[in-house]
Design a protein around this ligand. Sequence first.
Ligand SMILES: [Zn+2]
Length: 140
Amino acid sequence: MAIICPKCASANIEGASYCQACQAPLKPASPLKPLAAFAYLLGFVSAAILLNLEPYNQDPALKFHARQSIAFSVGWLGLNIVLLVFIAFTPAFLSDLLEYARGIANLALAVVWVYLMYQALTGTQYRLPLLADWADSLGA
Ligand SMILES: [Zn+2]
């Protein structure tokens, strides 16, 4: 049985939470937005929980946020590992500079992280440049 979108009247597959044509929510008062924000809260940990939890792993929007959260947190962690390795093997004057740069990068990424949670909470599928495409490739 198809679900008719209240906004644009196009037919959607059964169980769909968002209209495939206009992205309007098909179920009123859905708990999915806080869950989408939760996907970012603990990085890949909370994202992995959502991707393995029925019925939430059936929701395309939630899956998008979970995958983007994984891409973002893995990228964040990877950046820190690379920088820390660099810092460990560079002379003191340079490592101080790198440590400073790492602090700024982490601060900027924390702002992006909060922004992603806010976007998820408002129901916006904000796509991070580059990372979102990588997130899509994480699994169909
Ligand atoms: Zn629609």
